[in-house]
Design a protein around this ligand. Structure first.
Ligand code: BES
Ligand code: MN
Ligand code: ZN
Length: 495
């Protein structure tokens, strides 16, 4: 998708469709509609009076041959309540307009940018909204939406000159949204085309393309390093595991902190011997969404080039039942030395992450941030809207929450507390891998935290937010690429 600025007066922009938005109950006299000339605003007010439109959220109305405009059509997007408007809503409005036009075969349009949007995060938000909206999970369909993908969008400034902030926003928005779509592509792949080996190869390819250091460790190294928890999960699969390690370091980065971003990379989670029910098991191809998010983050960092030092660690394996699988009751010795009693082989995410965190610390990480499709329990607590955030170090939790806020990804902190530790005590080992049904997202998070030790650590449970089964006006059904925007924001605003 080409995105470029256009500074001519709106009336003169020669394009298939010009897009403007207006707020609820005043669609003819608010939002970017206000920048249009009187005649066309009169038409909009008339449509409003006739109740054909009223500016409610995401309402789209296409007007042909709009009077006094060089554009062939005018799309009016309802912007909803004016007091709820911010750049996050702007991101969604741009997406909703884009998806509405795309669905009608219109692949070129102009988005009107007002003075406020030219400053701050406006241009970045619009750019992200457009690129995120122009995605469908239809790779494997013969009838694809390829012929509908948007070709060109002009950001029409109505005479204003875009400054440095606007140019930067366009560039950053493109990098970040494309990274998010890259993550969505990885998550969308089924487990037969996204084995641990393939995920590692994709990571290597991406690293090569963008100049990141990349190291892939296989079965022998995983065993040699005594990653007993990771290997416990991996031993049941015919697909060999991979430990994916990527490094981004800016030549002028301060020596500390080195930030470790660790992503759960279960390419298929059958549950293992504690097998899952058949219904919805296919969704477990997305159990590497945390790992995929970290690859997206690294891809974006390599292009934005912040002064930072970041190491991504992704333990990738399947979780399968079979003659060589780990079994309930087994005791695993983790890389840290802590022994773990396996009470349920379906609680595999925390096991692979335990060793990945230990490894990240060994590599010299001063801060650990993990993202994982860890628990069904977080979906009960927060649904599909908010990612669950956990951590002992409130300063780093707050940084994550602030970055989530700045990028329009919704996240919510859930508590952790020493009193919950009782729930995952074991008779025969140092710790058990499940803590019962109650507070399942909390005990799972705390289990991982046991391996962070004193190192500041934040855990994101993205089980609910990794995928959407509902099409939104601004977003296709399928993988969301959650986590990429928040973490890229955090890692580009460390100074
Ligand atoms: N990958 C699942 C969690 C999950 C569930 C992600 C639904 C996305 C959608 C995880 O490995 C798992 O199976 N967790 C168990 C833990 C339990 C056995 C303690 C769960 O949440 O049921
Ligand atoms: Mn599981
Ligand atoms: Zn899992």
């Amino acid at each position: 998708m080409k995105i470029e600025f256009e500074t001519r007066p709106l009336e003169q922009v020669e394009i298939n469709t010009l897009v403007a938005y207006g707020f609820e109950n005043a669609p003819g006299a608010s939002g970017t509609v206000e920048l249009l000339h009187d005649d066309i605003r009169g038409v909009i007010a008339e449509l409003n009076a006739d109740r054909e439109l009223n500016g409610k959220n995401y309402e789209c109305t296409l007007i042909h041959r709009p009077v006094g405009l060089a554009a062939q059509k005018l799309l009016l997007v309802g912007a909803g309540k004016k007091n709820k408007f911010d750049e996050h809503h702007l991101r969604r409005l741009a997406g909703a307009g884009a998806r509405h036009l795309r669905a009608r075969g219109i692949r070129e349009f102009a988005w009107i940018v007002d003075g406020a949007a030219l400053e701050g995060y406006g241009i970045q938000a619009i750019t992200e909204g457009l690129i995120i909206a122009d995605y469908d999970a239809d790779r494997y369909r013969t009838e694809r939406n390829d012929e509908k993908r948007i070709e060109r969008v002009v950001l029409a400034t109505n005479g204003a000159m875009p400054g440095l902030a606007a140019e930067f926003g366009l560039n950053a928005g493109r990098i970040i949204a494309e990274a998010q779509n890259f993550t969505r592509d990885l998550v969308n792949e089924p487990s037969n085309t996204m084995t641990p080996g393939i995920l590692a190869r994709k990571a290597e390819e991406m690293a090569g393309e963008y100049g990141l250091e990349c190291q892939i460790l296989g079965t022998d190294e995983i065993k040699e390093m005594k990653m007993g928890a990771f290997w416990g999960v991996a031993q049941g699969s015919s697909e060999p595991p991979r430990l994916i390690v990527l490094r981004y370091v800016h030549p002028e980065a301060a020596e500390t902190p080195v930030i470790g971003i660790i992503g759960k990379g279960i390419t298929f989670d059958s549950g293992g011997i504690s097998i899952k029910p058949a219904e919805n098991m296919h969704e477990m191809k997305t159990d590497m969404a945390g790992g995929a998010a970290m690859l997206g983050v690294m891809r974006a960092l390599a292009q934005v080039k912040p002064r930072a030092h970041v190491i991504a660690v992704i333990p990738a394996t399947e979780n399968m039942p079979g003659g060589r699988s780990y079994k309930p009751g087994d005791v695993l010795t983790s890389m840290s030395g802590k022994t773990i009693e396996v009470l349920n082989t379906d609680a595999e995410g925390r096991l692979v992450l335990a060793d990945a965190l230990t490894y990240a610390k060994q590599l010299g990480c001063d801060v650990l941030i993990d993202a994982a499709t860890l628990t069904g329990a977080v979906m009960i607590a927060l649904g599909n809207i908010c990612t669950g955030v956990f951590g002992w170090n409130q300063e780093w939790v707050n940084r994550i929450l602030a970055s989530a806020d700045s990028t329009g990804e919704r996240m919510w902190q859930l508590p952790i507390d020493d009193d919950y530790r009782e729930q995952y005590k074991s008779l025969v080992a140092d710790i058990a891998n499940t803590g019962g049904r109650y507070g399942g997202a909390i005990t799972a998070a705390m289990f991982i935290g046991e391996f962070a030790g004193d190192t500041p650590w934040v855990h994101l449970d993205i089980a609910g937010t990794r995928w959407t089964n509902e099409e939104k006006p601004y977003l296709a059904k399928g993988p969301t690429g959650v986590g990429v925007r928040t973490l890229v924001h955090l890692l580009t605003h460390l100074e």
